[in-house]
Design a protein around this ligand. Sequence first.
Ligand code: AKG
Length: 184
Amino acid sequence: MFADESARPDGLHYQPDFISAQEEAALIGHIRALPLAPFQFGIYEGKRRVVFFGSRYDFTHQRLEAAEELPAWLVPLAGRVERFAALPSGSIKHALCTEYDVGAGIGWHRDKKHFDQVFGLSLASACKFRFRRKAGNKWERFTLNAQPRSLYVMTGASRHVWEHSIPPVETPRYSITFRTMAQA
Ligand SMILES: O=C(O)CCC(=O)C(=O)O
């Protein structure tokens, strides 16, 4: 699944078929029933539509704010991710559900310092999950083809040093991003 294994960012892991097709269909149904709203960053709005659980980063005030608790349908999945990553039960207190309609993507960024490990479940369609980091005056790049039902894990350099982005998708995609919290 990795284009060039030798270029893979440290700390990036990939698990195909983390969930079944039946589970995927149920999760998409749950996400579509959420009050999805365009992603807000300050005065700007992203094309992707999101709902946060547990906490949300407020770009206007540059701080983390409380959000609704994880819904009952997401809790067992968070537990499964915790067991997969050998994390203590209850480590995941934050989740983000995202809908990418055709033409929506996400620009280059690193996740906020308030979070630690990042877990991304891809639903409905594949995406090119791109990574880049500065190497002198060039960019070192890597692309993970994240298939539907797969889970990627970003820890270490892949999460703290490399930036990631998703180019506009050609087929609707959904994702669930779980994050652990950084130590205060
Ligand atoms: O949809 C995804 O898998 C990536 C989401 C992401 O990078 C983010 O919300 O910061």
